[in-house]
Design a protein around this ligand. Sequence first.
Ligand SMILES: [Mg+2]
Length: 121
Amino acid sequence: MTEDRPSLQELTKRLLEFRDARDWRQFHSLKDLVLSLNLEASELLELTQWKSEAEFESEAESEAMRRRLAEECSDVLLYLLLIAERIGLDIQVAASQKIAANEVKYPVSRARGKATKYTKL
Ligand SMILES: [Mg+2]
């Protein structure tokens, strides 16, 4: 991959270098990484606060909101990569397997056009 579009492995390597250069590994317990991931997801959620669906969809097209979305989505991804690294998880393989499992749980023939949980299909 190019420097501008690094792979998840390259991002993880750079992230660990960033962490270790600052001696922050000592603060990154697995529990606090999970907590931080959820705090960052909440910052993403906060962007929607007090807005209708239509208002948020419209705002998401603005340069300012696109930048805020990029920041918070990135924060979520970076904590997810730290968690995956900590537990020795190949997140790309795991995510691919999860999609495959969802394809079985939600067959197109029964799930198409429905927002119904798989247990009720
Ligand atoms: Mg953030």
